[in-house]
Design a protein around this ligand. Structure first.
Ligand code: HEC
Ligand code: HEC
Ligand code: HEC
Ligand code: HEC
Ligand code: HEC
Ligand code: HEC
Length: 278
């Protein structure tokens, strides 16, 4: 089923957002953390902000020193064109805000943003008859917000994050991100023996999570997760618990910032609902 968004639906959804996180932890034993404590942690998940803001990264450390407005990078507009792999493996952007330490000298030499913003693939970073400085060094974000409205109009909806079901958009082909920028070498085939989803979690039926390597490999590289985030052996990753996810570790490294956020319980816990009675 494909849902097309309308302005009214959007407004309704925005209104329906906040009440989601009342979590009652009734039921089975075998939890890794005391239930009452986990309930408290679950309640700390920030409510979903405006859709257009989710996954935006503000870079200001270097700009501020140079008297330039901060740079606002929107994941949504870029991830519809390129997989995570292109930027986070091929072009070497870090997955931590501010960590790449981009300088003007570097991007003018064709690194980072400059790999694409060269006047051919996308508008240029260079000085010239047309200056595009303000497109990245944003004095305000009004245009970005407007662009989002047009951008998201024909994409399948979800309740959280960007309000876009990216996984579905990818499957049905309404976004077709390129897997590589410079066709240097072939990406290797997906290993057959990883095709079966892994069962993660404890013995508690509520922690029953199925993890698909295949779905993640469509966007990411093995090195996005191994060995830094997860061990390459099932059930061997130390301290891998739901509360750690919420603090931004493990699944939360992406699923709190760019991929659909932790509020969306049922997308990982298929048998849970997103409401109080999960
Ligand atoms: C066009 C390039 C590009 C693409 C494509 C891209 N990213 Fe990023 N990503 C960035 C940049 C730039 C940053 C900020 C890095 C910095 O501040 O040093 C970033 C930061 C992040 C962060 C940290 C955000 C924060 O607020 O701390 C995460 C997590 C992340 N990316 C995940 C992803 C995932 C998952 C995908 C694919 C769905 C993806 N990225 C696709 C360029 C990209
Ligand atoms: C892999 C290629 C690629 C990389 C890397 C990349 N961009 Fe883009 N970017 C594009 C394309 C393509 C467009 C859309 C075409 C255009 O507007 O010229 C775009 C558009 C934009 C826009 C216009 C508004 C929007 O979101 O559509 C901004 C702002 C922007 N990029 C900022 C950045 C910044 C900042 C970086 C580095 C941190 C960056 N981009 C890295 C390809 C890239
Ligand atoms: C495609 C996006 C993009 C465009 C266009 C762009 N910049 Fe930047 N610029 C960045 C990013 C990303 C940083 C690093 C941000 C930070 O850490 O504060 C940066 C940082 C800077 C810095 C401070 C860092 C340093 O090395 O001195 C200056 C100065 C700067 N830009 C000038 C400009 C000028 C002038 C223009 C227009 C001619 C321009 N930029 C256009 C993305 C862009
Ligand atoms: C991105 C995927 C993801 C999302 C979204 C998610 N979880 Fe989890 N959750 C997990 C994983 C993975 C585990 C198993 C961790 C482990 O091995 O203990 C887990 C475990 C749990 C457990 C069992 C705790 C334990 O210690 O055994 C509970 C309860 C739970 N999650 C509740 C929630 C609730 C409530 C939400 C929504 C607010 C949610 N989860 C959203 C991935 C997710
Ligand atoms: C989005 C993150 C992510 C990506 C990308 C990823 N993995 Fe994994 N992988 C995991 C998780 C989570 C586990 C389970 C770890 C645990 O339970 O402690 C795992 C487990 C494994 C295991 C052990 C399976 C078993 O049955 O014991 C192998 C082998 C593996 N990964 C290989 C790969 C390879 C090869 C790639 C690239 C094709 C890859 N992974 C990409 C997250 C990822
Ligand atoms: C390195 C980044 C990254 C990590 C780590 C990661 N994911 Fe994801 N995951 C993604 C991206 C990107 C998508 C595509 C959908 C989106 O962006 O919302 C995705 C999609 C999914 C989907 C598919 C949802 C659907 O509707 O088809 C599930 C389920 C999921 N992730 C669970 C997990 C679990 C469980 C973990 C931890 C074991 C995890 N992910 C770790 C990036 C990540």
């Amino acid at each position: 089923m494909k849902v097309t968004r309308t302005k009214t639906m959007k407004r309704l959804m925005l209104r329906a957002l906040p009440p989601v996180l009342i979590v009652l932890l009734i039921g089975s034993g075998g939890l890794a953390m005391d239930r009452g404590e986990l309930a408290k942690v679950l309640k700390t998940i920030p409510p979903n902000g405006p859709f257009w803001k989710y996954g935006n990264v503000v870079m200001r450390a270097k700009s501020r020193k140079a008297g330039m407005a901060p740079v606002v990078f929107a994941h949504w507009s870029h991830r519809s064109r390129y997989t995570c792999r292109v930027c986070h493996q091929e072009l070497g952007f870090s997955m931590r805000q501010g960590d790449t330490g981009i300088t003007r000298r570097e991007y003018l030499a064709g690194k980072y943003c400059g790999a694409c913003h060269n006047g051919t693939i996308a508008f240029s970073v260079k000085e010239g008859p047309r200056q595009n400085c303000k497109k990245c060094h944003m004095e305000n974000t009004k245009d970005l917000e407007k662009q989002f409205a047009t951008f998201s109009d024909n994409l399948p909806m979800s309740t959280f994050g960007n309000g876009i079901d990216w996984a579905y958009a990818l499957r049905e082909g309404s976004v077709k991100p390129a897997n590589m920028l410079n066709n240097a070498g072939d990406a290797f085939d997906f290993p057959e023996k990883l095709r079966k989803p892994l069962k993660l979690g404890t013995s508690s039926p509520r922690s029953d999570v199925s993890f698909s390597h295949e779905e993640h490999f469509a966007e990411l590289d093995c090195s996005s997760c191994h060995p830094d985030i997860f061990n390459i052996k099932q059930k061997s990753t130390a301290s891998f618990t739901m509360d750690a996810n919420i603090y931004g570790s493990f699944c939360g490294a992406c699923h709190m910032l760019v991929a659909f956020p932790m509020n969306d319980c049922k997308r990982c816990h298929r048998s849970m609902s997103n409401s109080a009675d999960y």
